[in-house]
Every structure is written in structure tokens, then in C-alpha cells.
Design a protein around this ligand. Sequence first.
Ligand code: DX5
Ligand code: ZN
Length: 216
Amino acid sequence: MKKIAPSILSGNLLNLAAEIKLIEEAAPDLIHIDIMDGIFVPNITAGWNIVEAIKSRTDIPLDVHLMIDRPERYIKQFVKSGADVLTVHYEGAIHLHRTVETIRELDASPGVAINPATPVDFLSEILNYVDLVLIMSVNPGFSGQDFIYSSLFKIEKMRKIIMQRELETFLEVDGGIKVVNIADVANSGADIFVSGSGIFNTDDYKKTIDEMRERI
Ligand code: DX5
Ligand code: ZN
């Protein structure tokens, strides 16, 4: 089943409660929350307090994307705050296997993300331990960037690996996804589609998400 995950911090931060309500009307499968630390990426968003606040307003599962250096330091806080899926970056976690195992022990679903310049083959050893692989289709740090089209080859490659190993791993893609290109991403083998500006810069979120669903 294909899933849509709106990146909520691309919405109007002055009115987050209203944004959650509007996005809920479109019944997304997940709500994606981007956590940035100003070190792993050149931008800062918020900490686990924002996850806790969003959790108190919605029953939609929270897909928390940690763009932070050495994420193992804060795993517990993010899971306790309500992360259902917790994704860490391959490039930011020195003891990735331990970090992933900790997320699972805490009863959340572990994911691993890779930047555009990181080959999918690097995930070979960790793949059996995660529920989700996130392929970044922009350089993480900002919403509103253009989709990097060579990511489509990485998605295809990852899908083949998942199939060859007969895994059920979700394949998520994040960055620059809009109504106009979502079909390409779907055809390459993705099953979870994160979209920030592609949804929140439109007037009618429900209409946009419905249109995305039609195209995938
Ligand atoms: C990028 C974030 C994305 C981003 C998506 O660093 O991880 O989730 O907010 O925004 P768009 O869809 O506008 O690229
Ligand atoms: Zn993200």
C-alpha cells in the first residue's frame, strides 16, 4: 500500500494546530516531522517537544526524521514523545546497528535514511534490522528544493534489493515530491512519499493529496 506523509513543519508554524486539523481532513497515512540540529544539516527546526505537542493533537502515526548528528543521544526522548517511526541517518550514526536496535527495544519502528551522495549498497548490513529505508531526493536541510532526478535510479536499485532479499521493508522517498513528479517516484518503486512544499504551498491540502494518490 502506498502511503503519503505530509511534512508538517512545512506548514504555517504560527498555527500548527489548525494545520494538523486541515491535513487530517485529507487522511494522510503518516505525519512526517523533520528534526534538524544545525550540525548534521545547516538548519535548525525543533526538538522532541514538537513531537509531543503534535502527538497530543492527532492519532495519525508520526514519522520522525532525525537529521541530527549522533542521534543515539536522543532516541529515548523522541520515542517517549510519541514517534511511531523513528528514522536516523546512516551518515550521522556511528553505531548504527545499536541505535536501530535501541529504537526497536523502545517499541518504535526503526528507519535508516541516506543522503543523495550515499550509495544504497552501504545499507546492505543494516537492511535486515530496519522497517524502513528513506532515500533523500534533496540534500537535507530545507523544504522547497528541486527533486534530484538521479534519485530515481537509487530507488529502483533499493527496490530490487528489497525484493531479492524478500523483505517487507518500506521504501520512503523525501524531498521535492509534488503532484507533477510523484508518478515517477512511484514507478521507481517507492511506497512512502514525503511532501512538504508540494502540499503546504497549495491552497487545498485535501485536493492535492487526493491528486497525489490518483497519480500513484
Ligand atoms: C528536507 C526534509 C524534508 C522536507 C520536504 O531536509 O527532510 O522532509 O521538509 O520538503 P519538500 O517536499 O518541500 O522538499
Ligand atoms: Zn524529512
